[in-house]
Design a protein around this ligand. Structure first.
Ligand code: LLP
Length: 439
């Protein structure tokens, strides 16, 4: 059931994955060449794109007192984090593990902010001992725990209170975090009281507020609404004589996955909103961008294993799967898919479901996608996979963990080797009562 569909044109992107002489390059390196050496599937990241995205984002606040704390969860590879650290980035971490990574990557402790609803005693202890810049507290029980830990260590925690502003970010429900019914933050009407109480607590130094209403926001209005609410709370706190020196405005700026009809707001438009709302704020503004920095700086490269003509569809079965890139199965996310070898412009497009080998129907990267005719052995490139790709990968179905490669101009380097099946099995052990093979 092969259907012919007219060719469509694709908008040009501002990243460093471009065809040259019909071959898709990451900067100066052909993805096919990396595939030969590393095998498939693999993630490839472009240094120049990471750097460009960071600079454009940070540049949107020129002239203001700001710090960009890259949200490590988006892509936590230490080489990626170090690339950004070299440009002066700080880090937003959400676990003791990410804190360790950020420090290992070379982010100075005094540029690290720790967010998250469920920080454990161990994590808070490690953060305080490391001397990080700020802990974003999301509940009163957390504040009490932090005070106890800080006192016992003889240290003081710089604390920002995460506000739940009850604003709809108008993004996917699973990544909306700013509504009253979401688990995040302290309800905005209660922040003032908690803030005042914190000033009396040993080991706690309130420094400001934090807000993050969700991820992949494609409209600036919810940002503005949330920020206006934060501004109002700052006014109330200050009127009460409380010290507010820093505001953490979170991350969340959306990016194009190649399916957006119109133009999405970029860092410049976002920067305008920030300037508009906080022009008079005399203090520091922090940002926690993840996706906008890493998303379009990475691709997932996979090889077609079989082309299977089903009863009603054509399946391109590839060697990457939902364990390598979960976003399509988890959020029904769209990712543009292109061949590594450019198809003739006039070649007809055919409709394919691109699917992985995992034993679940959800293991589908796209449905009815118009692509040039594919054959077994072809290399496909799943774009905009630099954020929440490798960081969310698993070894489900006992598949080797996908490796990561960083490209810089004409060079590339494996920055996480493939975790082989033997590595995985070697992590497991038999209890004594099962240690012998059955006779
Ligand atoms: N700050 C906080 C407190 C966050 O929770 C997040 C993301 C960020 C910053 C960074 O947001 P970004 O700039 O990347 O939108 N796995 C999902 C996205 C989860 C986002 C979680 N929090 C996905 O693949 O779409």
């Amino acid at each position: 059931m092969i259907q012919n569909i007219r060719a469509v044109t694709r908008p040009r992107r501002m990243d460093h994955f471009q065809y040259r002489d019909g071959v898709l390059l990451a900067e100066g390196v052909s993805l096919e060449a990396i595939a030969e050496e590393v095998g498939t599937p693999f993630y490839a990241y472009s240094t120049a794109t990471l750097e460009r995205h960071y600079k454009v984002f940070a540049g949107a606040f020129d002239g203001m007192d700001t710090m960009v704390c890259y949200s490590v969860k988006a892509n936590s590879n230490i080489a990626v984090v170090r690339t950004l650290a070299r440009l002066g980035a700080g880090a937003d971490v959400v676990s003791g593990g990410e804190l360790k990574r950020a420090l290992a990557a070379g982010i100075p402790a005094d540029k690290i902010v720790f967010s998250g609803v469920g920080k454990t005693v161990r994590e808070l202890t490690d953060a305080l001992k490391a001397g990080i810049m700020q802990i974003n507290v999301e509940s009163e029980p957390e504040l009490e725990a932090l005070s106890t830990i800080a006192r016992s260590l003889g240290l003081e925690a710089a604390v920002a209170f995460r506000v739940n502003p009850d604003i709809d970010a108008r993004t996917h429900a699973k990544i909306s975090t700013g509504k009253a019914e979401n688990k995040f933050g302290i309800e905005w009407t209660g922040v003032h009281e908690v803030y005042r109480k914190a000033t009396t607590m040993a080991g706690i130094r309130p420094v400001g507020l934090a807000v993050h209403i969700g991820s992949q926001l494609t409209d600036t209005a919810p940002f503005r609404d949330a920020y206006l609410r934060v501004r109002d709370i700052v006014a109330m706190l200050r009127a009460d004589g409380l010290n507010v020196e820093r505001l953490d405005l979170g991350g969340g700026l959306g990016i194009s996955y190649g399916d957006s009809a119109g133009l999405l707001p970029g860092p410049a438009e976002y920067g305008e909103i920030v300037r508009e709302v906080f022009a008079d704020f005399d203090g520091q503004l922090l940002f926690e961008p993840g996706r906008v920095i890493a998303g379009n700086a990475g691709v997932l490269v996979t090889r077609v294993i079989y082309i299977k003509e089903g009863a009603t569809r054509n399946f391109a079965i590839v060697d990457a799967a939902m364990n390598d890139l979960t976003r399509p199965s988890l959020y029904d996310a769209f990712h543009e898919i292109v061949p590594a070898i450019e198809a003739d412009n006039k070649a007809p497009l055919l409709a394919y479901d691109v699917v992985g080998p995992i034993c679940e129907t959800g293991d589908t990267f796209c449905i009815d996608r118009k692509l040039p005719a594919l054959a077994a052995g072809d290399l496909l490139v799943i774009r905009t996979a630099g954020a929440y790709g490798a960081a969310m990968a698993s070894s489900y179905n006992t598949r080797a963990m996908v490796p990561e490669v960083l490209v810089r101009e004409k060079e590339f380097s494996v920055i996480r080797r493939r975790l082989e099946v033997d590595d995985l099995i070697n992590l497991e052990a038999f209890p004594a009562w099962l240690s012998n093979n059955p006779d």
